[in-house]
Design a protein around this ligand. Structure first.
Ligand code: ADP
Ligand code: MG
Length: 271
């Protein structure tokens, strides 16, 4: 029996990597669903104008739907734009519509432009156990907003040759945010994704990443698995689409590790 203890305090996790296609959205969606299925109250904030997390959770996000843009630019409360995810009682999503594509530029002239998302989350009256923020593949103001709003950063790393290249830039940005805007921001979690066990390269990348990041790297590794890539076209996560697949079981395992790590100092509120 898999147990996923609820944290004593809300955990706000920014899922970031400026490289596209490394598994940010897939990781966000599957960890969120896995934790919600195990009794956690979870919010997903879709911060990518492409709206893939919204699609993956089957949350309407066509033009005109109230979205995260309205929170960031027009001060609309999070509660007015969050939608319940059908079929998963403890899960909510703040969707992204095409409107968000303009936000990167519009934010430049907005007051307190780096902390708009932080303010929106802090002023939300209800408490979540987890908030996952799915970042776009860039290091612009949207990702900065996510880094300022979060306590933790989760970096998905695809097991391929150039995996570590470009991460310096992300780490530098995280350090800048820490110095100026969010001193306690912690890169708490690294997750290896799209691992292809038939290649020696994947193994070498895994060793590199573990040497570099130590115990921040989850033991669970997400394999490349066709069921993972099929699930979004059914508006589902792989953990609901095919719970027995290797993709699903590894995401359940990753979610359990994250929950256990967050529970070590606060055993008061489990169950
Ligand atoms: P990002 O959000 O970083 O751009 P995605 O999560 O959208 O990356 O993943 C990129 C593509 O790879 C998507 O088509 C997704 O379905 C696919 N994908 C992600 N993880 C896996 C996996 N473990 N196995 C197979 N395909 C995957
Ligand atoms: Mg994405």
């Amino acid at each position: 029996e898999v147990t996923m203890p609820r944290p004593a305090h809300p955990r706000i996790m920014c899922v970031a990597n400026q490289k596209g296609g490394v598994g940010k959205t897939t990781t966000t969606v599957n960890l969120a669903v896995a934790l919600a299925l195990h009794g956690n109250r979870v919010l997903v904030v879709d911060l990518d104008p492409q709206g893939n997390a919204s699609t993956g959770l089957n949350v309407p996000h066509h033009a005109g739907v109230p979205d995260v843009y309205d929170c960031l630019i027009d001060n609309v409360p999070l509660a007015d734009v969050a939608q319940g995810v059908e079929g998963i009682p403890n899960l909510w999503c703040v969707p992204a519509t095409i409107d968000l594509a303009g936000a990167e530029i519009e934010l430049v002239s907005v007051v307190a432009r780096e902390s708009r998302l932080s303010r929106a989350i802090k002023s939300h009256p209800e408490q979540f156990d987890y908030v996952f923020i799915d970042c776009p593949p860039s290091l612009g103001l949207l990702t900065v907003n996510a880094l300022v709003a979060a306590q933790e950063v989760l970096i998905p790393i695809q097991c391929e040759y150039y995996a570590l290249e470009g991460l310096n830039q992300l780490i530098n940005n995280i350090n800048l945010v820490r110095q100026h805007l969010n001193p306690t921001l912690d890169v708490s979690t690294i997750l290896l994704t799209m691992y292809d066990r038939r290649t020696r390269l994947a193994d070498a990348v895994e060793q590199d990443v573990r040497n570099h990041f130590g115990d921040k790297v989850l033991q669970a590794v997400i394999p490349r698995n066709v069921r993972v890539s099929e699930a979004p076209s059914y508006g589902q996560s792989v953990v609901t689409y095919d719970p027995g697949s290797r993709g699903a079981t590894s995401y359940f395992e990753a979610a359990r590790e994250i929950a256990e790590r967050g529970a070590t100092e606060n055993l008061g509120r489990n169950g």
